[in-house]
Design a protein around this ligand. Structure first.
Ligand SMILES: C[S@@+](CC[C@H](N)C(=O)[O-])C[C@H]1O[C@@H](n2cnc3c(N)ncnc32)[C@H](O)[C@@H]1O
Length: 383
């Protein structure tokens, strides 16, 4: 009587072992296991991890399995979607399986893969931020845009008189800043109801400002209605960056500009320093590094997505932006302890977070702290 599947075999073309390793070990995080010598001579490679074993076997007349596929049960489906998308693999969501969230992708040979997670797996501390949770309402509110941000933005585009759409506007910090810079109208778009309600409560009274509940990749706003589209700190939350570029291109009038601002892997791995406090977070909680690096956009890939959407001239440039002036170490640590404005910290358990706060207290001086982060900006024009 069969009780359990020992392994699943997938086919691969001759000479494709390196591509298999780069994907199954490098992206999926499986460990390669040695093939028995008699079988090793036939090529291919075997992998094990996350409770599964996959054998890639060479087939001379290889054709990818586009329908048949293994279904891999995972925790934190969204992090897996980010990871695959960041590595350049497709993420095709499909909600037709009752009780499950899932998406399809494929390996470098074109073999279909399904990743799925039970709907009952509720997010909680340690598994990433839940933007829909009412407790997230204030996580991006209560801040003002720093002059270093205003300087970096206005070096690229003049918002005065412009109709602006701020995609993934969060608490509305930059909606207000754009209003204050003289924009004719600013529409803040966000997919989180609690976050958007807080933004509306804080900034909805400003002339020309409105908030719109929608996904950033399909806003439902009219074609060619914006002179400037901003997406600040959004793309690392999006599995499909090409869809964001297409939506921004649709919203822009000819001559309009999309400004994408996010941190790349190179930005987030800048060394720790007296002002680069995030560097200390990653040194003291190195388990966050794969999450942080895995979800970050690749500068070149994003550029390509913008160009494919018909947007031109987007040379990425880096800036150091002042995030906050903390009057003392304890006020900085209070923000860390509550995970305020830092979705990354939602990947730590409560105990890990306590330990991090403790270690930061040991490491940082008890004095006013100026916190700066390195960002990459892409400004692309609609011809
Ligand atoms: C890191 S916050 C950035 C907020 C703001 N842009 C800023 O720079 O302070 C990311 C925001 O994107 C929103 N978001 C995430 N995925 C989204 C999506 N698919 N469509 C629209 N908003 C999204 C979240 O609700 C959150 O408010």
């Amino acid at each position: 009587m069969t009780t359990v599947i020992h392994h699943v075999q997938l086919a691969c073309p001759p000479g494709s072992e390196e591509a298999s390793r780069a994907f199954y070990a490098g992206v999926l995080g499986l460990v390669e296991i040695p093939k028995p010598p008699v079988l090793a001579a036939r090529g291919g490679c075997w992998f094990r991890g996350h409770g599964i074993e996959l054998h890639l076997g060479v087939e001379q007349d290889f054709r990818p399995a586009r329908k048949a596929h293994p279904g891999l049960l995972v925790a934190d489906l969204d992090a897996w979607a980010d990871r695959l998308a960041a590595a350049g693999y497709p993420v095709d969501r499909d909600d037709d399986f009752p009780g499950m969230r899932r998406f399809y992708s494929h390996d470098p040979h074109g073999n279909r893969l399904e990743l799925l997670e039970p709907l009952s797996a509720r997010p909680h501390a340690g598994e990433g931020i839940d933007f829909a949770d009412p407790s997230s309402a204030r996580t991006y509110s209560g801040r003002t845009a720093d002059p270093s941000w205003v300087g970096a933005l206005t070096a690229l585009v003049d918002p005065a008189g412009a109709d602006v759409v701020d995609l993934g506007c969060g608490g509305g910090t930059y909606v207000r800043a754009l209003h204050d810079l003289g924009a004719h109208s600013v529409t803040g778009v966000d997919s989180s109801t609690p976050v958007l309600e807080q933004a509306h409560a804080d900034h909805g009274h400003l002339t020309g400002v409105r908030f719109h509940h929608a996904d950033a990749t399909s806003t439902g706003l009219p074609d060619a209605s914006a002179d400037l589209v901003l997406a600040r700190a959004l793309v690392h939350h999006l599995p499909d960056r090409a869809a964001l570029a297409r939506e921004a291109a649709r919203l822009l009038r000819p001559g309009g500009t999309l400004v994408v601002q996010d941190r790349t892997a190179a930005d987030v791995t800048q060394p720790a320093g007296p002002h680069h406090l995030r560097g200390h977070l990653l040194e003291l909680a190195p388990q966050l590094l794969p999450v942080e690096v895995g979800r970050r956009p690749d500068a070149g890939a994003l550029l390509q997505a913008l160009e494919s959407a018909g947007l031109t001239g987007a040379t990425p440039r880096t800036v150091w932006e002042t995030r906050a002036h903390h009057p003392d170490r304890e006020s900085y640590l209070a923000g860390i302890a509550t995970r305020t404005g830092r979705s990354l910290l939602h990947h730590l358990t409560d105990d890990e977070l306590d330990q991090l706060v403790h270690d930061l207290r040991d490491r940082l001086p008890d004095e006013p702290l100026v916190e700066r982060d390195r960002w990459t900006l892409w400004a692309a024009t609609k011809p």
